[in-house]
Design a protein. Structure first.
Length: 267
């Protein structure tokens, strides 16, 4: 397989390195298109693939073209790609907020898949929701699914509009956990811990809790009850969370993220 990646920031390179790690593409068949000369030099030094700074007709030789630029930069590259993309190529967009129809129109190309990964993809632990134009075959969908799974796990959504919810829930989701962890660390500091010790306690607690969620044969409510004994310390904390409407605030924030994703999708 031959893959071209347009835009080589964190997410584009997370995909590139995962493809190489699982031997889904050879370095000589991985084209990295990076407009920043300094960044291109860095990529050449890293020897991750074939690095160029402009979109050329050579892009038409690749099986899959991945669009990993910032959404606001899409108009600038769209015209150049339109001139070189070939009918048989699959275009995979991991740009936030730009719908399939807009990409199809801009490139005059039908075989478009839109995906929403999240930053843990950089460690091969991401979750990516994706939707596809109706013109793609089942075999083409499987090919892209295999590529995405190199960065973690994937979920196919027939209804493209649900990608706005994916953006709000898992795309933005890591930041929500970081926010909670930061708040817990701050509480630890207020109780007298050095930041490093508070961070260690919270990070290991979060890691252990994740594994219990994944492996314990209990619901989330049951897991909470297993920690929160009657009249104990956990119950005191949960009572404060409920009084401050923490659960509702989190849900309201995630729904706000979905609304913003929908606004961005409309351009």
């Amino acid at each position: 397989m031959k893959i071209a990646i347009v835009g080589c920031g964190n997410m584009g390179m997370a995909f590139a390195k995962s493809f190489l790690q699982y031997d889904l593409v050879k370095k000589d068949n991985l084209l990295l298109i990076e407009k920043s000369a300094d960044r291109a030099t860095t990529l050449r030094d890293e020897n991750t693939g074939v690095v160029v700074e402009t979109i050329s007709p050579h892009v038409g030789d690749y099986d899959v073209v991945i669009l990993s630029v910032k959404p606001q930069d899409f108009n600038a590259i769209g015209e150049a790609l339109r001139a070189v993309v070939q009918p048989q190529q699959v275009v995979l967009s991991i740009m936030a907020g730009i719908p399939i129809a807009r990409i199809q129109d801009a490139l005059d190309h039908r075989l478009v898949i839109r995906a929403m990964p999240n930053t843990p993809a950089m460690l091969g632990m991401g979750i990516t929701g994706f939707s596809a134009a109706k013109e793609l075959s089942f075999a083409q969908l499987l090919k892209i699914d295999n590529l995405i799974n190199a960065t973690g796990r994937s979920v196919f959504l027939e209804d493209e509009s649900m990608l706005d919810a994916v953006t709000a829930l898992s795309g933005s989701g890591p930041a929500y956990f970081y926010y909670i962890v930061k708040s817990m660390v701050e509480a630890g500091k207020q109780m007298g811990f050095e930041e490093s010790m508070a961070t260690l306690l919270v990070k290991q607690t979060m890691l252990g809790a994740f594994h219990l969620i994944n492996n314990a044969d209990k619901s989330l409510d049951d897991l909470i009850k297993a920690v929160a004994s009657k009249g104990g310390t956990t119950e005191a904390a949960l009572h404060e969370f409920e009084g401050g409407h923490l659960s509702q605030t989190l849900q309201t924030g995630i729904l706000a993220a979905e609304r913003r994703a929908k606004e961005l999708s409309k351009g």
